[in-house]
Design a protein around this ligand. Structure first.
Ligand code: GLY
Length: 564
């Protein structure tokens, strides 16, 4: 077993330092010679690294990290939700796995509307009707089966141990668990493991015996351990108890699907990202294509000009998202046209550095030729150079807060990612159209953007973020921070972010994203600005020309890079 290579080099202002809370302000994150895992929780990153050290490849480590996050990051890590995985193998071969949740077979377009056709507030978020058929277990096992080197027993056991023996909650976790105590009590007829009589404090141990038992069923019976037998029964009993519609048939027919990753070229970089039913890959590539002709690097990071052109692109891209994107198994999506450079340039026609075009004057484009807030992202690179980007979600924090009794896992509220009614915004304020209307067994549109970049045919970056509608713009800015503004991975992750999603016509920004001069100039131009405490949470890996890997863990959370 090789030791973590921790270099502290002061050269031309570059500081390479080991990742610890004390070093988060240094220019780079963790530097490793071999494998790196960056995830939302130190325990999950530790487990991912351990699997790499035990001879697992990046897929083994990603699967182990995913199961570990289901235990130690219940905000979004899950076995009751879904996700996407993008893989690039050392020699350049790529794969994309879709394990997004699906609408139950009984679902129908107006299921969240009342008799008068009004959307019933909260129904798609806070009820058992909000739950999509979970895909995470099917997805993780499918990836492991095809590409893993280790056994299911080897990659899942650390998560079982974590649930059974417990782990120390972080300060941020303790605060969040306290904040959600009432919500957990309201949503459940029993007291789940997340609730304590006295407030949680940093270092308290969170034990999840029921969840450990559910994970053991998966360890011993594979997919059937979750989609059949006692775990499925507990899940379906829970759903039935609160009048949800998912049945055993929904679980039986659920399948994760290998899809063709999206590929595009941005300047010297090849971008590999997730196709629909995520909008993430399409939107990221459109954004990069739209800003490519403009000298963002020369203008500088988050100057008025850079923000203006990026926001102009964001308005157009989110308008296209609302009109065209949905589940490709149900709707024809003109993907090739949407990510075509000429189409994207044409969409930017009329853009002027001097004036702002309001969102109401921007609609979707006309791509001719049809062919067909709470989530978590982790990035893994192994010693061989295989790379995995995974974004996974329960939708909002702790999903719909309902814990499956005797199985210990949280239910997602992913049905809210459908368009409950065309033109009515979802909980992220995203407007959807017919392409994302509810249909039986359809996958709801996502913004998750697990992405891998190549430079000169070599692995360059693995990146992704949670954050609902802000996922796409968080990944977009992180990519530009490195490619245009020459930041290290850690600096790119740390840097303040902003976000525009066409509607509302508003730039949301983190305090550190825009300086006063830029804000004043943008306001003069006619932009509405709104401060947000936090946008996205990017966990990423960059490969430097000398082959060293830099893990960039987002300081907005407990995110941690580990490596060796
Ligand atoms: N639930 C957030 C997303 O999938 O975009």
């Amino acid at each position: 077993m090789r030791k973590v290579s921790v270099l502290v080099i002061f050269s031309l202002g570059f500081v390479f330092a080991c990742q610890s809370p004390a070093t988060k302000n240094h220019r780079t994150g963790l530097i490793a010679d071999h494998g790196v895992v960056v995830s939302a929780h130190p325990e999950a990153s530790r487990i991912g690294k351990m699997i790499l050290e035990e001879g697992g490849n990046a897929v083994d480590a990603a699967v182990a990290t995913g199961f570990a996050l289901a235990v130690c990051y219940p905000d979004a890590g899950n076995i009751g939700g879904g996700g996407f995985m993008v893989i690039r193998f050392r020699e350049g071969h790529t794969a994309a796995l879709d394990y997004r949740e699906k609408a139950p077979l009984r679902a129908y377009e107006e299921m969240f509307q009342d008799a008068a056709g009004h959307v019933i507030p909260g129904l798609s978020l806070d009820s058992d009707l909000a739950v999509g058929v979970p895909g995470s277990v099917a997805g993780l096992l499918k990836a492991l089966d095809k590409y893993g080197l280790l056994s299911l027993q080897q990659v899942i056991q650390p998560a079982i141990d974590l649930a059974e023996k417990g782990f120390p909650v972080t300060l941020k976790q303790a605060k969040r668990l306290n904040q959600y105590k009432e919500a957990f009590l309201r949503a459940n007829r029993f007291v789940p493991a997340f609730v304590k009589d006295v407030p949680w404090k940093e270092g308290d141990t969170l034990v999840q015996t029921d969840l450990a038992n559910a994970l053991k069923m998966i360890r011993d019976h594979g997919r059937d351990g979750f989609y059949k037998g006692p775990v499925a029964k507990a899940f379906l009993d829970q759903i039935k108890q609160d009048n949800g519609w998912i049945t055993q048939q929904d679980l039986d027919v659920y399948r994760a699907i290998w899809r063709e990753p999206l590929m595009a070229v941005y300047k010297n970089y090849k971008v590999i990202s997730m196709p629909p039913p995520s909008s993430g890959g399409v939107a990221l590539i459109q954004l990069l294509n739209m800003v490519e002709p403009w000298p963002i690097g020369k203008w500088g990071w988050n100057t008025p000009e850079s923000v203006h052109v990026m926001v102009a692109a964001e308005k157009r891209v989110y308008a296209d998202r609302a009109r065209f994107l949905g589940d490709p198994d149900f709707v024809d999506i003109p993907v090739t046209k949407l990510i075509d450079k000429d189409y994207c340039r044409e969409r930017m026609r009329g853009f002027s550095l001097k004036r702002v075009i309001p969102s109401d004057s921007i609609s979707h484009g006309k791509p001719i030729g049809y062919e067909s807030r709470e989530t978590t992202h982790y990035s893994v690179v192994d010693g061989e150079g295989n790379a995995v980007a995974v974004t996974t979600t329960l939708n909002r924090s702790y999903g719909n807060k309902v814990v499956v009794k005797d199985a210990g896992f949280l239910l997602n509220n992913e049905m809210d990612d459908f368009s409950a009614k065309p033109g009515t915004p979802n909980s992220y304020g995203l407007i959807g159209g017919r392409a994302n209307a509810i249909e039986p067994a359809k996958r709801m549109l996502s913004s998750m953007t697990p992405t891998i970049l190549e430079k000169d045919g070599q692995l360059f970056m693995v990146v992704g973020s949670p954050g609902g509608s802000t996922i796409i713009t968080s990944v977009f800015q992180t990519v530009l921070n490195v490619t245009e503004h020459h930041m290290t991975m850690q600096e790119a992750v740390n840097a303040g972010r902003f976000h525009h999603q066409w509607k509302p016509d508003m730039i949301f920004y983190e305090k550190s994203a825009l300086d006063r001069l830029t804000k004043d100039r943008l306001k003069q131009m006619g932009y509405a600005l709104k401060l947000r405490s936090s946008i996205g949470r990017v966990d990423a890996v960059r490969v430097w020309p000398d082959g060293k890997r830099e893990g960039g863990a987002d300081p907005r959370g407990d995110d941690t890079a580990t490596g060796f």
